[in-house]
Design a binder for this molecule. Sequence first.
Ligand SMILES: Nc1nc2c(c(=O)[nH]1)N[C@H]1C(S)=C(S)[C@@H](COP(=O)(O)O)O[C@H]1N2
Ligand SMILES: [Mo]
Length: 406
Amino acid sequence: MSERALRGVAARIDARIPRPESFTSGLRGPRTTARIGTWLAVTFTIAFVTGLYSHASQLATPPLTLPSGPSRLYQVTQGLHVAAGTASVPLLLVKLWSVFPRLFVRPPRAGRELVLNLLERVSIALLIGSAIFQLATGLANSAQWYPWSFDFIRAHYALAWVAIGSLALHVAVKLPVIRRVFTEPVDGPADGFDDGPRDGAAEPGHDGVPTRRTLLRATWVSAAVAVVVTTSVEIPGLRRLAVLAVRSGQGPQGVPINRSAVGADVAGLFDDPAWRLRVVGPVDTVELSLDDLRAMQQRSAVLPIACVEGWSASGEWGGVPVRDLVALVGGGPDDDVVVRSMQPRGAYRESRLPANFVRNPDSLLALTLAGEPLHRDHGFPCRLIAPARPGVLQTKWVREVEVVKA
Ligand SMILES: Nc1nc2c(c(=O)[nH]1)N[C@H]1C(S)=C(S)[C@@H](COP(=O)(O)O)O[C@H]1N2
Ligand SMILES: [Mo]
C-alpha cells in the first residue's frame, strides 16, 4: 500500500473515533469529576487502611503487636472496609462517565508533550484497572463467589498498593484543577473552566436536564443505598434493610454459619465419643474430654464473629479461657498458641493466637453459644473465639491447642 493510501485509511479510522466534542452532556466536566473524585479518594483511603489492618491481622506472625481490644475492633474496621468498597462502585461509575469523553482527546503529535501525555495515560490506566479489579474481586468475595483461579488475598493485597499509589499520583497531578473546582459554584457559569454545554446541547438545570447538584446528590444516594442493602452490619434496624446481603444474621443460636460440619468434612469426627482435646505445652501434654473441659473454670463473653466477607454477628460465648489451658501445660505469658481443627483439609483449619490475645481473658475455647452446647456447624465440641479478630481465625471443631514460643 502506498503512503497516500495508508494516510487515507488512517484518516477514515480517525473520522470514526468520536471526539470529546461529540459528547454533549453539560453535566460532565471537572466540576462533577473533582467532587466525586474527592469522595472516591476518601473511600479508597478508608478501604486501603482497613485492608492493611485486616491483612496484618491474618498473618501468622503480624509485623507488629495488634490490639486485642475493644472486642468489636475488627468488626468495625472490616465493616468499614466492605462499606467503603461498596460505596465506591456507584461513585466510580459516575466518575468514569464524567471523564469518558477525555479518552478521545487526540494525543499531541510528538516530542516532550507526547511522552508526558503517554505517561499520564499509563498512570490513569493503572489507576482505573486496579480500581476496577479491587472493587470487582472485593464484591465477588463478599458475595462468596470465587470465579477465579488466582489467590484472592495476594492479588487483592498487591493491587491495593497499585491502586493507592496511582491514586496519590493522580491527585497530585490534578491538584491545581481540584483546588480551582472548589472555588467555583457547582452549577451556573464558572470562570475557570470550559465545561459548559457543547454547542446545541441543553444547559444543566434547563430543558429537562438536571443540575450538577442533582446528579451529585443522586450519586451520593446510590452509594448510600448500595451500602445499606448489601452490608449486614450490626446496627439496630439496619440489618433488616440489608435485603441483598449474603448473610442475613440468621443461623443456629442467632449466628450465621460460614462453613458447615458437612462442608468441612468433619461430620462423623466432631461427635466421636473418643474425642479428646490435646493441649501441648513446653512442660506437659494433656488430653481433656468434653467433661474435663466443662469441669474447668468457665467464663462467658459477648463477642462478634466478624467475617472478612463483611457480615458479622455477636453471640454470648461460654467456655475456658485459652490462657488457663496454657497455664495447665506450663506455658508462659509471652507464648503464642496454635489452634488446630479436626477438619482434614482447607485453609482455615489452623490459626495462631498471638501472646497478647492469649493473655486477654475473653479469648475462649468456647463450649457454648447462647447458653447451649455449640451447634455442630458452629464448631462442636469446641471452637476458638477471641476478641478483635477476623472470623477466618476463629477456628471451629478444635482438636489440638499447642503452646509455641512467639
Ligand atoms: N475449622 C474451620 N474453622 C473455621 C472456618 C473453616 O472453614 N474451618 N471458617 C472460618 C470463617 S471464614 C468464619 S467467618 C467463622 C464463621 O463461624 P460460624 O460459622 O460459627 O459463624 O468460622 C471460621 N472458622
Ligand atoms: Mo469468614
